[in-house]
Structure formats: C-alpha cells, structure tokens
Design a binder for this molecule. Sequence first.
Ligand code: SF4
Length: 61
Amino acid sequence: MGKFTIIKSCIKCHACTRIAEDNFIMEEHSAVIVKQPSVDYEYEECIAAMNACPIQAIKQE
Ligand code: SF4
C-alpha cells in the first residue's frame, strides 16, 4: 500500500473527508491525512477519495 499525501492547496470540498472518514479530516485551511490506511477497506476508501478530489490534490506515492 502506497502512502497518501495531499500535494496541492485544498479547496475544502469535503469529498475526501466524507469518503474516507477514518483517514482524512478537515482542519482550518485544508483537509489533512490523519492516518494512513492499514486495512483493505481504508485503502479502498482512500483510493476513492483520491479519485473524487476535484483538483487532483491527493496522490499516492
Ligand atoms: S477532496 Fe481534495 S479538495 Fe476536496 S477536501 Fe479533499 S483534498 Fe481538499
């Protein structure tokens, strides 16, 4: 499983925090990754969050 990162200025659309709620939270200026996925369902949710981000700000290393 690759590590997920946020590489661009987030527009706070909340897509990732809704889709992968165990792994992404919204802070004042940006969504942040609070936990890398450690089980299959989290990994799948993080992939879905990455694909849903409207500005392609989420990347997997
Ligand atoms: S999906 Fe992308 S733009 Fe939307 S809150 Fe998450 S990182 Fe920010």
